[in-house]
Design a protein around this ligand. Structure first.
Ligand code: CA
Ligand code: CA
Length: 382
């Protein structure tokens, strides 16, 4: 009978010294045997054919043996990972490839690889210290970061072919995760005393996957972008209704009437913060637009932070301002969150400091009825 193989060469003896000839394999007592040897690893398809008779086929995996010429390579992916506080989600996959070191550079199956952490200031661990290569010559284990950060390439891993002196090494960096910060406020104002409003913002710090990050130092700053000059006028509900009716009669939508029943701030002039050249809080040459000798409007408010984010990744920012600056002062709040090695910032849109709704509905004059910034154009100080 005839035997063919898609890979390697066939022999009549088990040490593969006598090549199978074209005359085929003799059948002795119903058995026919041949031996295969290949210089390349992989799957060989073996087909046996009886002359003028049936055929049979099988697949045979030929693996490169582990020999003294074997080589090993290892790499870590990703090379930079975050710290693990409570979970084990920050990992790097360590992949080893073993080849036989022959001219064909075959992948070696069933090589046992020992992984060792030779340096790790993060306090991490390996998912398993030993793995065996598969048909692809590859074996993988995970490095799981610890809770501390390392310097660049601070984690060093060694992979060794068991029973040999063949080793390879790779490095990993454990750094802080990227931070994301956002802030939002509700629709309530606190009134800590008769002359002040307090507006609280909740600040949320998360990592790239949305998990809260605790222990982030949160600071905030406020910049006054514009201040407004003008006066308050008051409208009754009947007046507002009449204005809306007039608008509709003129073919305009009701929403074109923006005044509400109660006090309405009439923003007559929008003035730039004079501290606009060098925003340093100091009156520099050319900044005193209204020529009164001081920077206007200054910083008529203060901002404070609860400090570090708590276990829910949250901190509170509070802005306090005099009641009479509400409606006349437009600001941008900027929040910064930082931990060693990384920082994130969040800024609000410019918005006008709000006034408590009740103060606009009051029978008495609202705070700031006498505009602290005045009523005249921006080049005049009052
Ligand atoms: Ca300045
Ligand atoms: Ca001024």
């Amino acid at each position: 009978m005839n035997i063919t193989a898609s890979r390697g060469a066939l022999y009549t003896d088990s040490v593969c010294s006598q090549a199978l000839t074209a005359s085929g394999v003799p059948v002795v007592a119903g058995d026919a045997a041949a031996y295969i040897r290949s210089d390349t690893a992989g799957v060989a398809t073996i087909i046996a054919t009886v002359v003028n008779g049936p055929t049979a086929q099988t697949n045979l995996e030929l693996a490169a043996p582990l020999t003294s010429t074997a080589t090993i390579a290892v790499q870590a992916e990703p090379a930079v990972i975050g710290t693990n506080a409570t979970s084990q989600s920050e990992r790097s996959r360590l992949s080893v490839v073993v080849r036989d070191g022959t001219v064909n550079n075959n992948l070696v199956k069933d090589a046992v690889i020992e992984f060792t952490i030779t340096s790790d200031p993060s306090g991490g661990s390996l998912s398993t210290p030993v793995a065996t290569t598969g048909s692809d010559g590859s074996a993988t284990v995970d490095f799981i970061a610890g809770a501390a950060t390392t310097q660049t390439n601070g984690v060093q891993i060694q992979a060794k072919i068991q029973g040999t002196s063949k080793t390879a090494g790779t490095t990993i960096t454990v750094s802080r995760k990227s931070l994301f910060i956002t802030a939002g406020t509700g629709n309530t104002l606190e009134v800590p005393n008769t002359t002040q409003y307090k507006q609280d913002y909740s600040v949320f710090v998360t990592d790239a996957t949305g998990n809260p990050v605790s222990g982030v130092t949160v600071t905030a700053s406020v910049r006054v972008v514009h201040y407004y000059k003008g006066t308050y006028t008051t409208y009754t509900q009947q007046q507002v209704d009449a204005m809306k009716a007039a608008a509709v009669a003129a073919g305009l939508p009701e929403s074109s009437v923006t005044v509400k029943a109660g006090w309405n701030a009439q923003l007559t002039y929008q003035c730039e913060n004079e501290d606009s050249g060098t925003m340093n809080g100091i009156l520099d040459t050319g900044e005193d637009f209204n020529l009164n000798g001081v920077l206007d409007p200054g910083t008529p408010l203060n901002v404070s932070s609860s400090g570090q984010t708590d276990a829910t990744g949250t901190a509170i920012i509070s802005i306090r301002y005099p009641k009479d600056r509400a409606n006349w002062t437009a600001i941008v709040l900027t929040v910064r969150g930082s931990v060693t090695g990384t920082e994130a910032t969040y800024s609000t849109q410019e918005y006008i400091l709000p006034m408590l709704a009740g103060d606009l509905q009051s029978q008495t004059n609202p705070p700031g009825y006498s505009n602290p910034y005045g009523v005249n154009p921006c080049n005049i100080a009052n």
